[in-house]
Ligand binder design. Structure first.
Ligand code: CP
Length: 315
């Protein structure tokens, strides 16, 4: 069965990217594929873009959608095998996954990292449990360690705007008051392995991403040096991986400003959104013509649509 868990297991990245670009030009071209079928969307966490773009993608393919906010409207789920369920968790994922599989043909799930324990988050209990017990394909709408739909949309955006075969792309950490997961940067790193580009990750001391993911990629603690000559600047906050889940600094030294963008080669600014203005990035950068953030959000629909299309085509 074809699941989208991370881009590492998704064998059709280049074709998916091409399909997403084609669907953007002609969104209703494959509307017959989903007729009579249903996409379920389970949200353990909030969302604006992922929720709406994935439903829009489903509509474009003729799919019906069923949305459940598990955290608020559903029973609290138990994930441990053999547990005595005499506390708050009323339903085991073993039944829930099989039941949802009776109502849906594909199931998309959002379940963020807890940021309490690196081993628990890397175990990806929610996504892996549903993949184990459901009898239908599972699509990751941001799990503890990965956000592949965002990364496909980001690849579309870069490919649309690159002016040369081998652009310089910088993923830079930026400040944020709260601890955020590493899912978006992790998937961006995985996606960049499919791109012809000079790729640099800039982060302050203590904020290196999982070294298993960044092996062989240039990483630096010097943001200004990284930004020099950049064609694309992708800003994102993430909490520390080595001091797992912690916020080590909240000063504005790493905020993206016009003065920093002046170091680039008329670089395009990217962010997955939501973004905290004048914390992560200044108003002036976000509102400038070189900001691609709204286009990134637009591309989320076609990234999701290309993935759903492939799953439907594969039966
Ligand atoms: N970028 C992104 O996933 O946005 P949401 O959290 O609003 O879905």
């Amino acid at each position: 069965m074809k699941h989208l868990f991370t881009l590492d297991e998704w064998s059709d990245f280049d074709q998916t990217l091409a399909d997403a670009q084609a669907l953007k030009k002609n969104p209703l071209a494959q509307q017959h594929l989903g007729i009579g079928k249903t996409l379920g969307l389970l949200f353990f966490n909030p969302s604006l873009r992922t929720r709406m773009s994935t439903q829009k993608a489903a509509q474009n393919l003729g799919l019906q959608t069923l949305v459940l906010n598990v955290g608020q409207d559903g029973w609290q789920l138990e994930f441990e095998t053999g547990s005595v369920m005499n506390l708050n968790r009323a339903e085991h994922v073993k039944e829930a996954a099989q039941v949802v599989s009776q109502y849906c043909d594909i199931l998309a799930i959002r379940a963020f990292a807890s940021l309490q324990n690196v081993h628990d988050d890397q175990a990806e209990k929610v996504l892996r449990s549903f993949m184990e017990y459901a009898t239908i394909p599972i699509v990751n709408m941001e799990s503890a360690t990965a956000h592949p739909l965002q990364a496909i949309a980001d690849a579309m955006t870069i490919n649309t705007h690159k002016k040369k075969e081998y652009p310089k792309v910088v993923l830079t950490w930026a400040p944020h008051p709260k601890p955020l997961p590493q899912a978006v940067p992790n998937s961006f790193v995985r996606m960049m392995r499919h791109q012809e580009a000079s790729f640099v990750i800039a982060s302050p001391s203590g904020y290196a991403l999982d070294p298993k993911l960044t092996q062989g990629i240039k990483c630096t603690n010097n943001q200004r040096e990284a930004l020099e000559g950049a064609d694309f600047v992708y800003a994102k906050n993430w909490s520390s991986f080595s001091a797992y889940g912690q916020v080590l600094r909240t000063d504005d030294e790493w905020m993206i400003t016009q003065e920093k963008m002046a170091l680039t080669r008329e670089g395009k600014f990217m962010h997955c959104l939501p973004v905290r203005r004048n914390v992560v990035v200044s108003d002036a950068v976000l509102d400038a013509p070189n900001s691609l953030v709204i286009e990134q959000a637009c591309n989320r629909t076609y990234a999701a649509q290309a993935v759903l299309q492939k799953i439907l085509q594969d039966g």
